[in-house]
Design a protein around this ligand. Structure first.
Ligand code: IPE
Ligand code: IPE
Ligand code: MG
Length: 254
């Protein structure tokens, strides 16, 4: 049965999938855990840095395409709070690539995309921080999709940050412990005005969150695939959107 289903799926073209998509029902907010860059490079006998570059290029392609399918927000996981554990040479090359892409914002996300960065910026270099300020300022008046780049981002770190903010207000007597609500935590996350992530896409065969959007994913739908991110295609993305559309999100109801 699964084999037949896969056969039918492989026969579908991007156009035929697009015809099935109802833009009104598209996820507003898609999270992407860009993964498999290293494995993609290894398969081709290339350095891991080549995989990171190919992954960054793919983000632009998919972001532009997502807009045409009705997606309003993309949060792309680019560097986690745990990724500092990697060899210094790899971290350095990732930071170099980041700087390069921030400097060439249209290469990063296309012309109509608003770019914002979430994560703990205090550990990033002054140079990167400066480029982030510039890119956010230069794209803020655009009207397209909003791309949140998660850099030195960790879901737990984000929640701790919100709790620290609340505890300061508690200490200052502005609020009392009994008054704390879920909304008050949500309001103190990096993206208070953005709807919770509807769909999380993780390529490369890993079936985990790796500390991505922990609070915001309480009722997200997940879409996993074995494809490494640099090989991900518009058709794959369209397939994920169509799968999402056909799911029944109950949020605990009936
Ligand atoms: C994702 O690809 C990029 C980052 C986490 C920065 P990886 O570098 O994790 O590639 P794999 O998972 O080792 O193949
Ligand atoms: C998750 O990928 C982080 C990013 C995509 C930035 P990892 O490759 O770091 O995750 P693990 O180590 O496989 O869980
Ligand atoms: Mg990985």
């Amino acid at each position: 049965m699964i084999i037949i289903f896969k056969f039918i799926k492989d026969k579908l073209t991007k156009k035929s999938i697009e015809r099935e998509i109802d833009i009104e029902k598209a996820p507003k907010h898609v999270g992407i855990i860009m993964d498999g860059h290293g494995r993609w490079a290894k398969k081709r006998g290339l350095p891991r840095s080549a995989g990171h570059r190919a992954g960054a290029q793919k983000l632009r392609v998919i972001t532009e395409y997502a807009k045409s399918l009705g997606v309003k927000y993309i949060t792309a996981y680019a560097f986690s709070t745990e990724n500092w554990k990697r060899p210094k040479a790899e971290v350095d090359s990732l930071m170099e690539l980041l700087l390069e892409y921030l400097r060439d914002r249209d290469q990063l996300a296309g012309k109509d995309v608003i770019i914002r960065v979430i994560g703990d910026r205090s550990a990033l270099s002054d140079e990167i921080n400066r480029e982030i300020d510039i890119v956010e300022e230069c794209t803020k008046d655009r009207e397209g999709l909003v791309l949140y780049l998660a850099i030195n981002y960790g879901g737990r770190q984000e929640i701790v940050r919100a709790v620290k903010d609340l505890s300061k207000q508690l200490k200052d007597g502005e609020i009392s412990g009994e008054d704390i609500t879920e909304q008050m935590i949500s309001d103190r996350l990096y993206t208070p005005d953005v709807p919770d992530v509807d769909l999380i896409i993780r390529p490369s065969g890993e079936l985990r969150l790796s500390n991505f959007l922990l609070w915001q994913s309480a009722y997200s739908e997940f879409w996993f695939s074995d494809i490494n991110w640099p090989e991900f295609t518009e058709k794959d993305f369209a397939g994920a959107i169509l799968d999402y559309q056909n799911r029944n999100r109950r949020f605990g109801g009936v």
